[in-house]
Write a protein that binds this ligand. Structure first.
Ligand SMILES: [Zn+2]
Ligand SMILES: [Zn+2]
Length: 254
């Protein structure tokens, strides 16, 4: 399984960090996890044509996580040399189907596929969810402590390697459960300690999570610009869990 960081930032303009977006590749399947604005271009930089994606998975419906959904559908719908006929499945929390329907009502037939099925599968917001994805991946979810239908995601490959995405969240017992012993935890660390923004994690929160869940590796993402850019890694790595700050384009082989 390969995990590529497409965007390690947020909605805050940052020359080095795009909004949230990740690529999970396993068994020849390419699964996009979130995708804020500019994701199509960052996919191309990672060597993946958005028209070749096999599935989309969203942690939640905030703009910095799903703004490129309409552009991706547009790219798949406009006439081109290759016409997609195979299904594009989408997994996300409850409420996503009506969100997509509203997008399609606004943009019209430009993002309503006529040559391939677009299948939305909603996952529960009140307990665990599970789905079988392309490439033999199994997706397990738990509700996150955030808004807009937010989920934590865990992908398990056929060889049992695992990657967990926190999505946006406040400190969450569900995230500890899902991330326990995983090979790679891609975790939001939006804030610096002392900043008070509800629904997000700061280094002390992530250190507590690392201590309890003991992931094999921890990659910090969804970072607002910092006054003390290295403080978070130093704080969290003191737990003994190998920790680094994601950069756009980083790839991790599990
Ligand atoms: Zn959010
Ligand atoms: Zn966000």
């Amino acid at each position: 399984m390969r995990v590529t960081i497409l965007g390690s930032g947020t909605h805050v303009p940052d020359p080095d960090r795009g909004p949230a977006g990740f690529l999970v590749e396993e068994g020849g399947a390419r699964v996009l996890v979130d995708g804020g604005s500019g994701t199509i271009g960052r996919l191309a930089r990672a060597g993946v044509d958005a028209r070749d994606l096999d599935a989309l998975v969203y942690t939640h419906r905030h703009v910095d996580h799903c703004a490129d959904l309409a552009p991706i559908l547009f790219t798949l719908c406009v006439p081109s040399a290759t016409v997609r006929t195979r299904e594009l499945p989408v997994w996300a929390g409850e409420g996503f189907a009506s969100f997509l329907a509203a997008l399609q009502a606004a943009w019209g037939s430009w993002i309503v596929p006529s040559t391939f099925p677009l299948r939305v599968v909603e996952l529960p917001l009140d307990g665990p969810g599970r789905a079988d994805l392309p490439g033999g991946l199994v997706l397990d979810t738990l509700p996150a402590l955030h808004s807009a239908g937010a989920l934590h995601l865990k992908f398990t490959a056929p060889d049992r390697r695992t990657v967990v995405f926190s999505g946006d969240t406040a400190p969450s017992a569900g995230l500890v459960d899902l991330a326990r012993g995983c090979d790679l935890l891609v975790c939001e660390c939006s804030l610096e300690d002392g900043q008070d923004v509800p629904g997000h994690l700061a280094p002390t929160d992530v250190a507590a999570l690392a201590t309890q869940a003991r992931p094999g590796r921890l990659v910090l993402t969804h970072m607002y610009p910092r006054e003390h850019p290295d403080g978070d890694v130093v704080r969290i790595a003191s737990t003994g869990v190998p920790t680094l700050r994601a950069r756009d384009g980083d790839a991790f082989d599990l």
